[in-house]
Design a protein around this ligand. Structure first.
Ligand SMILES: Nc1nc2c(c(=O)[nH]1)N=C([C@H](O)[C@H](O)COP(=O)(O)OP(=O)(O)OP(=O)(O)O)CN2
Length: 178
């Protein structure tokens, strides 16, 4: 039974669209996403550099920056299935379908594909889902779960990942009740 919970917040700016949405969310638009990782621990470290911590906030920040900020901040988060949008960014010297096929291979292998080799040299983060707040919460949870375990030396586990698209709209992914 976890007795300690720690939370770390990160904010990034990114663009997206929900191509399947019937209304305004199908327009290309941006958010200042706020992302919160919630970790639980049954006990604190008894010794070492994390003495009396569940997980050093600084370690958690490093992992969130590497996995969320670096690939997504000031980028455009695009669904692999959104071919019409991706094709706008295909390099001028590439066949768009072949370029998308290359991205699809990377997404299948790695779970997402980051590239700036695009027509405008702009940063794309291509994902195998529509980039709703819910699906991003699940994606970022899956990227962070193992690093939280490792950086805490097994003391802490990630229990929830929250994504605010606006100050009023938040989605949470938590495989078990928090
Ligand atoms: N369950 C979800 N619903 C919606 C999502 C989502 O990811 N999950 N996303 C959107 C849009 O992308 C949009 O960013 C948010 O829409 P909306 O709440 O209508 O935006 P507002 O500008 O009105 O938000 P305020 O907080 O009132 O400024 C839509 N739905």
């Amino acid at each position: 039974m976890a007795q300690f919970h720690i939370r770390r917040r990160l904010e990034i700016d990114a663009g997206h669209r929900i191509a399947t949405h019937a209304s305004k969310c199908r327009n290309l638009h941006g958010h200042r996403y706020a992302i919160e990782a919630v970790c639980a621990a049954a006990a604190l470290h008894p010794d070492g550099e994390q003495t009396d911590m569940a997980l050093d906030f600084a370690f958690l920040k490093e992992e969130m920056v590497a996995r969320i900020d670096v690939p997504c901040d000031h980028g455009l988060i695009v669904a692999l299935s959104d071919a019409a949008l991706l094709d706008l960014f295909a390099p001028a010297d590439r066949d768009p379908a072949a370029w998308r096929a290359g991205l699809a291979e990377r997404v299948a292998r790695d779970g997402a594909a980051l590239t700036s080799e695009t027509r405008l040299a702009t940063k794309l983060y291509v994902v195998p889902f529509h980039p709703t707040a819910e699906a991003l919460a699940r994606h970022w949870f899956e990227l962070l779960a193992v690093p939280v375990r490792v950086r805490s030396g097994g003391a802490a586990r990630l229990v929830a990942l929250r994504v605010w698209e606006t100050p009023n709209c938040m989605a949470e992914y938590a495989p078990e009740p928090v």
